[in-house]
Design a protein around this ligand. Structure first.
Ligand code: AMP
Length: 193
């Protein structure tokens, strides 16, 4: 069964971890724009160079760049039977671009999962990740800025999807398995077993 899912939530809510779980469960590719940008940074590609300053500062990479990247990725054959987007869309312009892409293909999203996490907990988690993984944008000041960017530019999208009746809210705090279970339960209530 085709599944087209979005995972939305603040930095540090555990989107990447849960995306990994869901991709195994549903056998669909997880597409994380953050991971794709980081890979391009490491490979020093043109895209990586374009994204670097924005990522280092904790700002969103410009919509045009990000939308082109996602359009290319979603056009790959492995996305034909579904996909899970992690960290995209992040702005209203990205919602518009995604809507346009899906409409062109004659398909629609099945559900949007919001991983809810308290900002204080998230900051603590990211401080730990800064030590474990050495991500430069997990520096505390950059983290606070990323949370601010999330609140201003991304949180409003939650209402957009809620109004469309697509949103399902899941508590992102707890053991990894527990949170995965909550997401799967929430999706099965929506007839997405
Ligand atoms: P993430 O791994 O999702 O926290 O993303 C890390 C960084 O990559 C963000 O702080 C942004 O600089 C950039 N990024 C990831 N996804 C997007 C997106 N959808 N739009 C713009 N910038 C993004």
């Amino acid at each position: 069964m085709t599944r087209r899912l979005l995972l939305i939530g603040p930095p540090g809510a555990g989107k990447g971890t849960q995306a990994g779980r869901l991709t195994e469960h549903f056998r669909i590719p997880a597409i994380s724009t953050g991971d794709i940008f980081r890979q391009n940074l490491r490979d020093e590609t043109e895209l990586g160079l374009k994204a670097k300053a924005f990522m280092d500062a904790g700002d969103n990479v410009p919509d045009e760049v990000t939308n082109d990247l996602v359009r290319d990725r979603l056009s790959q054959p492995d996305c034909a039977e579904g996909f899970l987007l992690d960290g995209y869309p992040r702005t209203t312009d990205q919602v518009r671009a995604l809507d346009e892409f899906l409409a062109e293909k004659g398909v629609a999203l099945d559900a949007v999962v919001e991983l809810v996490a308290d900002p204080d907990i998230v900051v603590e988690r990211l401080k730990k990740r800064a030590v474990d993984q050495g991500r430069a944008d997990d520096d505390e000041n950059v983290v606070r800025h990323r949370l601010d960017v999330y609140a201003k530019q991304t949180a409003p999208l939650i209402d957009v999807y809620a109004e469309r009746g697509m949103l399902t809210k899941v508590n992102g705090i707890g053991e990894i398995d527990e949170v995965t279970g909550r997401i799967l339960d929430a999706l099965s209530v929506r007839d997405l077993p």
